[in-house]
Design a protein around this ligand. Structure first.
Ligand code: NAP
Length: 231
């Protein structure tokens, strides 16, 4: 029997690819969204999935999602949702910090710890981090810090939850350009720093998530999927 997998931020882009791939492998899917309600509902119809709302930067909203799902058996969680905000001016520093740490670290932590009792034996948690959890991204200090916390959470919870539940991470390099338009110069600079000379695809990430779900002797590991960029 396959139990549902929660994929956060899965109405669009990489999260959507992960949800589709796991659904194709037979996992029932619980799609999580914040703003992309329409896309989440459309995808849920395609995948015969459920949807759940939470703002991961709001502790009460995360708690409500935990309560909503806590009487269920869960096969796994993919912590994919993330805000990506560059260094902030003083007047936005505190609120952007809250958004960055909420979506990338605190939200995933409380969601995962809150639901761990519902995760079945042999279940799997996969966190989508970033190569910039290790290598700082200039102009994105708080984002890099928050992803570093998620990366440490991967190893710490792998120890805490063993032997019952495995916890791993996928660290993407440059996969999809940010939603906000990127300049041609920025794109050129990024591409020349990638030994494989191209962006990755959402499928490159979803394939690795599937691999981790189906690799019962791997825990506490992070797999970089970055075309060699961090070499
Ligand atoms: N794209 C890349 O090249 C790249 C590179 C390195 C790492 N990554 C990582 O890969 C993952 C997916 O990347 P992506 O580019 O597909 O991400 P994205 O489109 O920028 O964001 C994914 C989703 O996160 C959700 N989200 C953001 N803040 C949230 C909050 N406070 N509460 C709840 N949901 C929130 C949003 O859901 P709604 O739309 O429903 O609001 C959004 O659609 C992320 O963890 C990202 O950090 C991506």
């Amino acid at each position: 029997m396959m139990y549902p997998v929660i994929v956060t931020g899965s109405a669009t882009r990489i999260g959507k690819a992960i949800a589709k791939r796991l659904a194709a492998r037979g996992y029932p899917i619980i799609l999580h969204y914040r703003r992309s309600e329409r896309e989440a509902i459309e995808l849920a119809e395609d995948l015969n999935a459920e949807v759940v709302y939470a703002d991961l930067s709001d502790s009460k909203s995360v708690q409500a999602m935990v309560v909503e799902l806590s009487d269920r058996k869960i096969g796994g969680i993919v912590n994919n949702a993330s805000s990506f905000i560059g260094n902030s001016p003083a007047e936005r520093l505190a609120s952007d910090w809250n958004e960055l740490f909420g979506s990338n670290a605190r939200g995933p932590f409380f969601l995962t710890v809150g639901l761990i009792g519902s995760v079945v034996d042999g279940g799997s948690i996969v966190n989508i981090t970033d190569i910039h959890a290790d290598i700082p991204l200039k102009g994105f200090t708080a984002y890099s810090m928050a992803k570093a916390a998620l990366s440490q959470m991967t190893r710490s919870l792998a120890k805490e939850f063993a032997p019952r539940v495995r916890v791993n991470a996928v660290a993407p390099g440059a996969i999809l350009w940010p939603e906000k338009e990127s300049s041609e110069e920025f794109k050129r600079t990024v591409l020349t720093a990638i030994p494989l000379r191209r962006l990755g695809t959402a499928e490159d990430i979803s394939r690795t998530v599937q691999f981790l779900f189906e690799s019962p002797y791997i825990t506490g590991e992070t797999i970089r999927v970055d075309g060699g960029r961090s070499l």
